[in-house]
Design a binder for this molecule. Structure first.
Ligand SMILES: Cc1cc2nc3c(=O)[nH]c(=O)nc-3n(C[C@H](O)[C@H](O)[C@H](O)COP(=O)(O)OP(=O)(O)OC[C@H]3O[C@@H](n4cnc5c(N)ncnc54)[C@H](O)[C@@H]3O)c2cc1C
Length: 355
């Protein structure tokens, strides 16, 4: 029987796996995808995450790729206004964080098992039995649900995910090339009456992460993200006719979603990361909060597996992380409102969402 089965190999699941494996605890990681993704997604590590990764022996790989300082270059109605330097963490694509953690995990003797996600589970006094979507059966002492915002495990356990989701898309997102555009700046173009577009150069790649206000069609419905749509948005806000966007890889959209699970433990099953809480991206706290969940859960499970596994030990995780999640939800909702208000003033940008 495996000590800990982890469902999901995003930053939360991989951090937990590394932390348990380095303590000599038996761990398996199952992942529904067929292979790792290469999307920039969460692109900032804060000092607390870097400290956690240092302890896991994974930080060196990340700092070798990432960038410590970035200058936000702000434009308004197409005109350059000002620059703001920010340096309070590490700019790095989420896929590169995950790659560094997978490499560290492989050194510790564990490989992610791809291609079949957790489909059902049942627990008893001695452990948790799980069936994957390909029929594989696994038994473990504990199960960690690190399976993201749409968590199957949270739904199987009927754990409420209270909060709100705004009906309209807030942003389209993607990774694109923009030959001729300087990679020295995180470019932020805002337009007085219609939102804006942001292009952030992702270290270790030739792409930028694009974030933009969605584009309405003739009837006011938002168009799905596409390379052609990105170019139209770029032309409208940036007004730099020489720049042609190309090679759009990841294409996505984002809407405001502020929700958290009403508990993070159900018997031998624990929720961590986006499976337990989702919130606005302003301030860049999603992945970072999941990393701290993982570190706390590793401490709890290590204590339970090496000593008496009483409820007071197992409840320690939720006692620490549920209030932390509630605080992050309130904090990021305020940061997001600050950014929304700030960008109407020339020279202001995403730094309004930082502390
Ligand atoms: C544009 C953007 C910018 C962001 N910026 C930041 C930032 O600067 N800083 C920050 O901290 N965060 C940021 N975030 C948020 C961050 O991306 C998420 O919070 C983070 O991915 C959560 O990690 P996770 O491991 O909990 O979940 P996920 O990354 O969603 O990973 C869950 C994994 O579980 C797998 N899975 C799903 N179902 C199953 C199943 N049944 N069985 C097995 N596996 C399953 C999925 O395939 C996936 O690999 C940003 C997000 C976006 C979109």
């Amino acid at each position: 029987m495996t000590d800990v089965l982890i469902a999901g190999s995003g930053p939360t699941g991989l951090t937990l796996a590394c932390d348990l494996a380095r303590r000599g605890i038996g761990v398996r990681v199952v992942e529904g995808r067929r292979a790792p993704h290469r999307a920039s997604r969460g692109k900032g590590l804060n000092p607390a995450s870097l400290e956690t990764f240092e302890a896991l022996g994974a930080a060196g790989r990340m700092t070798a790729v990432g960038r410590r300082e970035i200058v936000l270059r702000k434009y308004f109605d197409g005109a350059y206004i000002s620059d703001t330097a920010v340096a309070d963490g590490l700019l790095i694509g989420q896929w590169q964080v995950e790659e560094a953690l997978r490499e560290r995990l492989a050194e510790l003797g564990v490989r992610v098992e791809y291609g079949a996600g957790l489909a059902s589970l049942a627990q008893d006094a001695g452990g948790v039995g799980v069936e994957l979507s390909d029929g594989t059966v696994i038994r473990a002492r504990y199960l960690a649900a690190c399976d993201g915002g749409r968590s199957t495990i949270r739904r199987l356990l009927a754990i409420p995910f209270e909060g709100y989701t705004e009906p309209e898309q807030a942003m389209v997102l993607g990774d694109v090339r923009a030959p001729g555009l300087s990679r020295d700046f995180w470019h932020q173009w805002y337009t007085s009456d219609s939102g804006g577009i942001l292009l952030c150069p992702m270290p270790g790649t030739d792409t930028f992460q694009l974030q933009a206000s969605p584009e309405p069609d003739g009837r006011g419905e938002f168009l799905p993200p596409s390379e052609e749509g990105f170019q139209r948005l770029f032309d409208r806000h940036a007004r730099m006719p020489g720049i042609r966007l190309s090679g759009a890889g990841w294409l996505s959209f984002w809407r405001v979603n502020v929700r958290m699970a009403d508990r993070m433990r159900e018997g031998r099953v624990f929720l961590a990361g986006d499976a337990a809480h989702v919130h606005p991206i302003a301030g860049g706290l999603g992945m970072n909060t999941g990393v701290q969940d993982a570190a706390a859960l590793a401490r709890t499970l290590a204590a339970a597996l090496t000593g008496p596994a009483g409820d007071e030990v197992l409840d320690g995780y939720e006692a620490e992380r549920l209030p932390a999640a509630a605080a992050v939800l309130a904090d990021t909702a305020q940061r997001y409102e600050r950014v929304r208000a700030a960008v109407r003033t020339p020279g202001r940008g995403t730094e309004a969402g930082r502390r």
